[in-house]
Design a protein around this ligand. Structure first.
Ligand code: SF4
Ligand code: SF4
Length: 100
């Protein structure tokens, strides 16, 4: 918890789980179309943190807001499988909890 540092191992794991994640160039279209943005999800920021291998306190909470609707993926200019990136982050959070 607290300050989160970039974690190259986590990033590597993400790219194995979902190779399209690396194609994100932070355009923000996903955040614009996501119906959960108004409730505090910021898909662009999820992508930024995930690609740095960072799971911080914000992401730990926000990632559970995703409904899996798929609008972000449909709108992403690089067709990044964002819901799969979110699935990865959720799995990592759950793994961390089990490890405690
Ligand atoms: S729409 Fe795609 S490229 Fe743009 S910020 Fe979202 S994930 Fe990244
Ligand atoms: S799949 Fe999740 S992140 Fe993507 S638009 Fe739907 S609610 Fe937002």
């Amino acid at each position: 918890m607290g300050m989160a540092m970039a974690n190259p191992t986590l990033k590597e794991e993400l790219l194995k789980f979902e190779p399209t994640a690396s194609l994100c160039y932070q355009c923000g279209t996903c955040t614009t179309v996501c119906p959960m943005t108004e409730f505090g999800l910021n898909t662009r920021l999820v992508m930024k943190l995930a690609n740095l291998g960072i799971i911080d306190d914000w992401l730990r909470k926000a990632v559970w807001l995703c409904t899996g609707c798929g609008l972000c993926q449909e709108s992403c200019p690089n067709e990044i499988r964002i819901p799969n990136v979110i699935r990865f982050v959720r799995l990592k959070i759950l793994e961390g909890r089990r490890g405690k």
